[in-house]
Design a binder for this molecule. Structure first.
Ligand code: NAG
Length: 389
């Protein structure tokens, strides 16, 4: 009996060892990276990636504790097997405003399939770049901190991204990406430092994340469908925005977006849909905003089809068709008297807008609702009262 138990244990031990050794580990230190924050680790990271990518088995690429200086870098796929990017340290960009060149990206994952990125901090050292932008000098093109382009089946969890020069995380032409437990942080005055930007992508989920930034916490561009956003703490920032849409005459639409169980604190907007006032075949439909708490938000609920930042206004009528937008269980305080603002297009009025259980006040006073070319219905207690036609 005892003999059998021992051989059983040995057998399980053997099986475990087999599976462990079936996963290869690549530590960037072994490829020449130094955790001193000064030596350029870009080539070492690329060599480690290349080994992991061509590995005969699932691979772990390990960035241990320490500070790793990395310039613009492109991790290209597809790879032979699944890769886990385990980051225990901090990846930092050289601080000068021109250090990331003209490519528009800092860390790019291009056509990568089956990747997990876990933990870690990335610091794009944006201060110099923001100062350049504010000074009116000519600056290099804006650089996204992490970009996924043409990627699929990706999980990013527990990552902290700070001080981006432009979008912190950008997702373009991707399928099936899950972002969770992220911390994103840039000062409220830093220009265009959106937390997460998505476009031309499907099956994206963002959850359990805290986003504090100088622009949209999450922005949803043309060609996004089947997007799920849950448990986000947004603020400071410009809120969660669908748009800007309608920049082009021919443009993909946005459909099936859910934003749920989230809080907005001191943001410029809460849940927003914005379009340029010019002809376009774009659309936004089947959108749900629900279970949301607003605290001192300047425009808690807003559709703006005459989006006009810095007075760059086309002054036409937006061709973007907005339909099927539900707002359910949205409560809290507005920092301006108009808590609900539907400014829709005169040529393409908004239709199928639903307000279900809304309670928004202007601090302790009554707030108001404004409607232009907006059609829909309300049910349950809706305060301020609905103005939908
Ligand atoms: C809408 O998107 C969700 C994921 O966010 C997905 O589960 C659902 O199937 C989609 N619905 C349709 C009709 O495509």
């Amino acid at each position: 009996m005892a003999k059998l138990a021992v051989s059983c244990t040995l057998f399980i031990f053997f099986i475990n060892t087999l599976f462990q050794s079936a996963s290869a580990a690549y530590n960037v230190i072994n490829f020449g990276a130094k955790p001193d924050g000064k030596s350029d680790a870009t080539q070492a990271f690329l060599r480690a990636w290349s080994s992991a990518c061509y590995s005969n088995s699932p691979a772990t690429l390990h960035v241990p504790r320490g500070l790793f200086l990395v310039k613009s870098i492109s991790f290209n796929g597809p790879c032979r097997h699944r890769i886990v990017f385990q980051i225990d340290g901090t990846i930092i960009a050289p601080s000068s405003y021109w250090s990331l060149g003209n490519s528009g990206f800092w860390i790019l994952f291009y056509k990568v399939n089956r990747l997990g990125i876990h933990g870690g901090t990335i610091d794009a050292t944006g201060a110099g770049y923001w100062a350049c932008r504010k000074s009116g000098k000519s600056c290099p093109p804006p650089t996204r901190s992490i970009s996924f382009v043409g990627a699929s089946n990706i999980v990013v969890s527990g990552l902290t991204s700070i001080n981006s020069r432009f979008f912190h995380i950008a997702i373009d032409e991707c399928v099936n990406i899950m972002l969770r437990k992220l911390k994103i942080n840039a000062p409220s005055w830093s220009p265009n430092t959106d937390g997460i930007h998505i476009q031309s992508s499907s099956g994206i989920t963002i959850s359990n994340s805290a986003i504090m930034t100088g622009d949209d916490c999450i922005s949803v561009g043309p060609g996004t469908k089947n997007l799920w956003i849950e448990r986000i703490a947004c603020g400071p920032g410009h809120g969660i925005s669908i748009g800007s849409l309608g920049a082009y005459a021919a443009e993909d639409g946005v459909k099936n977006v859910t934003v749920t169980d989230s809080i907005f604190t001191g943001t410029q907007n809460g849940v927003r849909i914005k379009t340029w006032a010019r002809p376009s075949n774009g659309f936004a439909r089947n959108i749900r905003f629900r279970n949301i708490i607003m605290t001192k938000v300047f425009n808690p609920i807003i559709i703006d089809q005459n989006y006009c930042p810095d007075n760059h206004c086309p002054h036409q009528s937006s061709g973007v068709t907005i339909s099927g937008v539900t707002y359910r269980n949205i409560k809290g305080t507005s920092a301006t008297p108009v808590a609900v603002n539907f400014g829709c297009s005169s040529s393409k009025p908004c239709t199928g807008i639903k307000l279900q259980v809304i309670r928004l006040t202007y601090f302790n006073k009554a707030a108001t609702a404004y409607c232009k070319n907006a059609r829909g219905s309300s049910s349950g207690v809706v305060v301020p009262g609905s103005c939908l036609g």
